[in-house]
Design a protein around this ligand. Structure first.
Ligand code: 13P
Ligand code: ZN
Length: 286
């Protein structure tokens, strides 16, 4: 079947694969309990082919340009699918056009305008500056491979941020030690941003600096940011980090609050695991 034939069968933008994958992740995150009320948000950088497949559904009059307060020159002219600010993840799959939308980035990489969805005056997530800066850094770090940025209010990570020093080393080592395959899933480790006011350029700058090294960053007392090339990998990363965090909190509580474990994975085991899996571990944390 040619591309043209395939397009004839697409009756609505919601039928496109990337929109379906986006909606599925929103529902999966909701089912995990990570998205109370409007908590969390998701953005996806569309491929050129996806932009062309979606273009017939764009509004004839795009909405006005909105300055973001941050700049990402390498994202000039890009298109993103984004959750809406104040929208609930649990409602996304049921009504995409009101809860998510496509934005186009201007030629300087400083502003966006809505070209589809976010109906009735909705706006992209208030964390769009953080998502945008993270995309900019991850595009550079992965040679264009990463396309998804996901923010979730993951309870285990939030709990950990009350009882573990807020450094990448302190978080990474504890998470790696909780479950054998953690070091394989995030061999670079996790970044940590101390508590900051959400939703603006300052937290965007702080997070994106870390995302040059790490594909996931903890926001203390708030949640997690994760990046990846597709929805499965990104959700899987957030899921693995969060599961390890929950194991840490539960194991520590079961151990009377102590970190003096009877048994644990030693550093030599972490290094050997990476060697066997052909993965480069971040030696700063060993
Ligand atoms: P939005 O509803 O604007 O996406 O904000 C939710 C959130 O998690 C802020 O950090
Ligand atoms: Zn949040």
């Amino acid at each position: 079947m040619s591309d043209n034939d395939e397009r004839e069968f697409i009756m609505a933008i919601e039928d496109l694969g990337f929109v379906q994958g986006f909606c599925r992740l929103c529902t999966d995150g909701w089912l995990q309990g990570w998205h109370e009320r409007n908590g969390g948000n998701l953005t996806y950088r569309m491929t050129d082919e996806e932009v062309e497949a979606a273009r017939p559904f764009f509004a004839s009059e795009p909405r006005p340009w909105v300055e973001m307060g941050v700049a990402g020159e390498n994202l000039a002219g890009a298109y993103f699918l984004s959750t809406g600010s104040g929208k609930y993840m649990r409602n996304v799959a049921e009504d995409p056009a009101h809860n998510i939308g496509i934005v186009e980035i201007n030629e300087r990489g400083t502003a966006y305008r809505i070209v589809w969805g976010l109906l009735d005056g909705a706006k992209p997530t208030s964390e769009f500056p953080s998502h945008f800066m993270n995309h900019s850094v991850r595009v550079a770090a992965t040679d264009g491979a990463d396309r998804v940025i996901y923010h979730a209010h993951t309870p285990g990570i939030i709990e950990m941020s009350f009882i573990v020093p807020l450094t990448p080393r302190d978080f990474t080592r504890r998470l790696w030690q909780m479950m054998t395959e953690c070091v394989v899933v995030f061999p670079a480790g996790v970044g940590v941003v101390s508590w900051m006011v959400p939703g603006g350029p300052a937290i965007a700058e702080a997070t994106s600096k870390l995302m040059a090294t790490y594909s996931t960053a903890v926001w203390a007392h708030h949640g997690l940011f994760a990046a990846g090339p597709d929805f499965d990998t990104t959700f899987g990363l957030a899921h693995t980090v969060e599961k390890a965090a929950q194991l840490y909190v539960a194991a520590r509580a079961a151990n009377g609050g102590s970190e003096d474990w009877l048994n644990k994975i030693e550093d030599a085991g972490l290094v050997q695991t990476c060697k066997d899996f052909g993965i480069v571990i971040n030696r700063d944390f060993i």
